[in-house]
Design a protein around this ligand. Sequence first.
Ligand code: GLA
Length: 408
Amino acid sequence: MAKKILCFIVYFISLSISAYCQKNEHLALTPPMGWNSWNTFSSEINEQLIKDMADKLVASGMKNAGYEYIVIDDCWLSHERDSIGNLQADPIKFPYGMKAVGDYIHSKGLKFGMYNCAGTMTCAGYPGTYGHEYQDALSYAKWGVDYLKYDWCYTDGINAKEAYTTMSKALTATGRPIVFSICEWGTSMPWKWAAPVGHLWRTTGDISCSWVEKKMSENWIPLGITKIIDIEANLREYAGPGHWNDPDMLEVGNGLSYNEDKAHFTMWAMLAAPLIAGNDLRKMSKQTLDILTNSNVIAIDQDSLGIQALRYMVKDSVEIWVKPLVGGNWAFCFFNRSEKKQKINFDFASHIINDTLSHRILNTNILKYKIYDLWERKKMGYTNKMLKYDIPSHNVLLLRLSPNKFTE
Ligand code: GLA
């Protein structure tokens, strides 16, 4: 009898917890990494393309470097739900349905991501989820989906916090762990309310493959890399393990210069941003692959403390960003946004950096640090000497400072 009562109490407690919990708390403890179809392929997607990308993610070494999600963005759907209101895949693009795609992705040791929208339609005009949240969540669970990007088009009159909370609960109710990627573009400041709801939230409108903003049409000016960085600079207190600011997917390999690609990737790592590649993996150059798989830089992004970098100072268009890391280490980044080469003469001893958010102080007068250049993969001495360096335009010098345990 006592055993039965105990079972009942445990059952009751777990039911109440699942009713109360909005999101699965054990996911995305470091920023998610993967590939998404939108930036390069937009509506031009199909089963073979997605399979090719999964194959390439593995064969190129990106999977080994940490990329795990293959995310199918907008335009995978048929224009109509089926007779009982279920979402269905476009029969031409995905003739065997989405479970078959998910099975293939899983067979490669990868995880399966999909897309829909909180409104009545997706941004490209396919059926949205509004009013079908629990039904669609069940379809995703049935198809083996591990990650859902949930957009914000066609949402007139809908409250963002309520809409995303409903979907979050619907995903949790399926019992399948699904990372919930909120794509609301920052309009209702999701960083202020979304930590219990999703695992990452877009902080801005869409990225473009451009250093600065570029007008694409009368009504559409997607953001450049530098503008997004400025927006993110003010949001660091909201990011952390399981709840990340998302400055949008990567444009590395899509047409920026080599230096710009490096700077873009570095800054996303400093921002503890999700690293979701958006290039054509079948055609990427060795340079692009080297950037995307630089293990030193990825380690900065994936650091388990999950602290987003602080923009410490700006001088002559060179910004200094610092990111506290595990083990008393720091990532230290000089970011040259200007059109010309800039000279750095930096005396660590005269900068005591007090990060009140992480309660960490970098004071090289008390503790000497070893300096390591993470792109050149070379030692650069110690913090007791003046750092002198020329940074080319639109480029970075990314350093890791490690406490020097031994006195010489
Ligand atoms: C919005 C999102 C993009 C992409 C498109 C798809 O613009 O912000 O990331 O998903 O929709 O239509």
